[in-house]
Design a protein around this ligand. Structure first.
Ligand code: 5RP
Length: 227
């Protein structure tokens, strides 16, 4: 299977994890688009499900199919399904290639199960080849970027600063090189004021579905308490 077929087959496999009723998070990107199209072919089956979209783009696609959508839910979602830019052997991720990382992280954090769907090219032994997206406030953005640089990264603004997130913010793209300890990078970023959220998803994934050249590979991870 080529990359697009791998994305589609991972998306198709994940369909069976969606419950017939309840609240389900839905991510953003081309792999998730396949999933939404598959859900949209079965709107009757999913009529008791309410979806929490992680971007305006996803919300629009879900609403076009007439699916139930909410953006003001309180409590734990049963499940969230999303794509990723890189997945390491522990299930830690780099996300945010589409600029939706903050809403994606909020939804993943508040879901009992977080399933990642991705083609085989996204699975890596160490995170870092894909540069890390970081959502930052426009206020004093140059200084926030300088503070990220001081952690040892080279940093640029996505689309030279013309990309604006659904939350009205900017995306800094940081190159930390290959990350031996992505959790410590995430912790260092989390104390810099002006950073809304970073694209490192540490210890959040519970399952990943990999579309491979031949078929599907399923990876199961256990969230470690206290991390
Ligand atoms: C968007 C994301 C996407 O999940 C990630 O970029 C993967 O996208 P695709 O499925 O198109 O390869 O994090 O912010």
């Amino acid at each position: 299977m080529d990359i697009m077929e791998q994305k589609r087959s991972a998306a198709k496999y994940s369909l069976s994890f969606i419950p017939r009723s309840g609240i389900v998070g839905i991510g953003t990107g081309s792999t998730v688009k396949y999933l939404i199209d598959l859900i949209g072919e079965n709107t009757d089956y999913f009529r008791e499900v309410t979806f929490v979209p992680t971007s305006i783009q996803t919300e629009y696609l879900l609403r076009e199919y007439g699916l139930n959508v909410t953006v003001s839910f309180k409590g734990k979602m049963l499940l969230d399904i999303d794509g990723a830019d890189e997945i390491d052997t522990q299930g830690n991720l780099i996300k945010g290639g589409g600029g939706a990382l903050t809403r994606e992280k909020i939804v993943a954090y508040n879901s009992e199960e977080f399933i990642v769907i991705a083609d085989s090219g996204k699975y890596v032994s160490q995170l870092g080849k894909f540069k890390l997206p970081i959502e930052i406030l426009p206020f004093l953005a140059d200084q926030t970027i300088e503070n990220i640089r001081n952690l040892g990264a080279s940093v640029q603004l996505k689309d030279s600063g013309s990309f604006v997130t659904d939350n009205g913010n900017l995306i800094a793209i940081a190159d930390f090189g290959m990350m031996k300890d992505p959790a410590s990078v995430a912790r260092s970023l989390s104390v810099i004021p002006g950073i809304v959220e970073n694209g490192l998803f540490i210890n959040m994934t519970t399952r990943a579905i990999e579309g491979t050249e031949a078929s599907i590979r399923e990876h199961v991870y256990f969230r470690k308490n206290g991390e």
